[in-house]
Design a protein around this ligand. Structure first.
Ligand code: ADP
Length: 208
């Protein structure tokens, strides 16, 4: 079990300032770095929409990358389970990785349920203003359960999975997400286009 700490354990550390600043990275990539933090119930469409946005960004020549839940649990977070402290540490590490990507000038798309407002806000606080974009993939539980792309709701209803978000664990919906996608009335392409539109409108794409 991990204990998330904000202060480093080691001493004698200095933050090294490099020769390339954010402006130079923005000029090199043709866009600003940012974290697009997708949040929503399991099966709401975070991964599907996130990957569509990634493709659209890559087609525009952007430096974009999806951080996906299960993939991260295979490597970086393979030592973490689903106990409360481990879930917090999972999101903390993902947030730090996302921050590094954004600092490098990338557009990071993260697709994690991230059910707790406090954990999402902690990641927001790691980033400069305007560089954390919360994307609420708002799909009612009944629809997620009907889609059940990974068969997880079925297993949870059968008692094979406990602490399942939306069933016997809470989901705290964002109060003021930067982008709000109601997938009942939006196709995957329409939802992805909304995200791209936000980036265009806020001068994240095309900035240099
Ligand atoms: P999550 O990453 O949130 O767990 P997934 O993206 O893995 O969700 O699964 C969402 C499922 O819902 C996919 O099978 C997708 O094809 C389907 N789906 C149907 N309509 C939509 C829509 N409008 N937006 C997003 N996903 C949709």
């Amino acid at each position: 079990m991990f204990n998330a700490m904000s202060a480093p354990k080691a001493e004698n550390l200095t933050w090294h300032i490099g020769e390339v600043d954010r402006e130079a990275r923005t000029a090199a990539h043709g866009h600003r770095g940012a974290v697009l933090w997708f949040t929503g119930l399991s099966g709401s469409g975070k991964s599907t929409i996130g990957h569509r946005v990634e493709r659209m960004l890559i087609e525009r020549g952007a430096f974009a990358y999806v951080l996906d839940g299960d993939n991260v649990r295979h490597g970086l977070n393979s030592d973490l389970g689903f106990a409360a402290q481990d879930r917090i540490e999972n999101i903390r590490r993902i947030g730090e990785v996302a921050r590094l990507f954004a600092d490098a000038g990338g557009l990071v798309l993260s697709a994690f349920i991230s059910p707790y407002r406090k954990d999402r806000d902690r990641v927001r606080s790691l980033l400069p203003d305007g560089e954390f974009i919360e994307v609420f993939v708002d799909t009612p539980l009944e629809i997620c359960e009907a889609r059940d792309p990974k068969g997880l709701y079925k297993k949870a209803r059968a008692g094979e999975i406990s602490n399942f978000t939306g069933l016997d664990a809470p989901y705290e919906a964002p109060e003021r997400p930067e982008v709000h996608l109601e997938t009942v009335s939006l196709s995957v392409d329409e939802a992805a286009a909304r995200v791209i539109h936000y980036l265009d409108e806020h001068n994240i794409l095309g900035a240099s």
